[in-house]
Design a binder for this molecule. Structure first.
Ligand code: TRP
Length: 325
């Protein structure tokens, strides 16, 4: 029996943080290591061009993301890891998908609305048709499952609709993929637990390559709530609840177990322990540095493998559409 295929991607946009690890990378590696799937992971560099960027930084951002994938435990012998721009058939398929995408569907996408709102100076057509490229990334490789966060569920629903529409119009060609939702709670900023952890608030954000001293300082100065009990209560104690989520995700212990362990302890003790746990968990991201030349070789070899898969699919697509090939 052929194993079901998993596809997912991450945009190279800046420094990676704990949310990227717990929400994506860690799950990707677990799925790879389960042995139950053929895994395809990529770097969505074409998607990342839809927001303002500095070309001088792009390549380093891509290499840093490859480094993070590998440090997290992704094994290029087991999983395919490549960049979209080096396997560009996806853009050809995205064009075709654009021609069956109603504009109204794109206008409903909350990520588009949010990003357009955040960046009024640069509401480009790429940002608008972003979901068609994402759909192409997925259905190109016959993905059955797509591990994503909650924020991408709407794009996945859109992908399913497009796959179905194409199949109905032109004959069965694509699989309708299912999301695999990450279990980790959304991480909040350490110094403002009402806001999402993000690189735009650096002091409240644990970056994957922070030094041990930085990790310790950020956790020790994390906002906690009045009172002294280590008790989960997202409503009234968002600070300690966020730290409990992080502790739980890093140790794979349940929140109840952790609460029990700290029932007679104070915030100080809890934070000291959590800092040590985070320092240890992020160690691979500090120590493993793959040389650029190795990454370059890996990416060009894997892009060839990806193109091999996609060119077979594009042939089938073009046949269905009556295009020469
Ligand atoms: N849109 C995704 C994000 O921002 C990245 C992405 C692009 C993706 N193509 C994909 C994720 C295909 C899963 C599958 O997180």
């Amino acid at each position: 029996m052929k194993k079901p295929i998993i596809v997912s991607g991450i945009q190279p946009t800046g420094r990676l943080h704990l949310g990227n690890y717990l929400g994506a990378l860690k799950n990707f590696v677990a799925l790879q290591n389960s042995g139950k799937y053929n895994c395809i992971f990529f770097i969505a560099d074409y998607h990342s061009l839809t927001i303002n960027f500095d070309p001088k930084e792009k390549q380093q951002q891509i290499y840093n993301l490859v480094n993070a994938y590998l440090s997290a435990g992704l094994d290029p012998k087991k999983s395919l890891l490549f960049t979209q721009s080096q396997a560009p058939d996806c853009t050809e398929l995205a064009w075709i998908l654009n021609t069956i995408t109603p504009i109204g569907e794109l206008e409903r996408m909350t990520q588009y609305k949010d990003k357009a709102q955040e960046n009024k100076q640069n509401i480009n057509a790429g940002l608008f048709t972003y979901p068609a490229l994402m759909a192409a990334d997925i259905i190109m490789y016959d993905a059955a499952f797509v591990p994503v966060g909650e924020d991408q569920v709407q794009h996945l629903e859109f992908t399913r609709t497009l796959a179905r529409k194409f199949n109905n119009k032109f004959g069965k060609t694509f699989i309708e993929p299912q999301p695999i939702l990450t279990k980790t709670a959304r991480l909040m900023s350490l110094n403002d637990p009402e806001k999402k952890m993000s690189k735009s608030i650096p002091n409240g954000c644990l970056f994957l390559n922070d030094s041990p001293a930085e990790i310790e300082k950020k956790i020790k100065t994390a906002v906690t709530d009045s009172g002294s009990e280590i008790k989960y209560d997202a409503q009234n104690k968002p600070g300690i609840s966020n730290l409990l989520d992080i502790y739980s995700a890093l140790t794979e212990k349940s929140v109840a177990e952790i609460e029990n362990k700290y029932k007679d302890k104070n915030y100080g003790q809890f934070k000291t322990d959590l800092a040590q746990i985070a320092i240890k968990a992020l160690e691979p991201f500090r120590s493993k540095k793959i040389p650029d030349s190795k990454i370059k070789t890996l990416l060009s070899a894997s892009a060839k493998k990806a193109q091999k898969l996609s060119s077979a699919k594009m042939k089938e697509v073009k046949n269905k559409l009556g295009l020469p090939n």
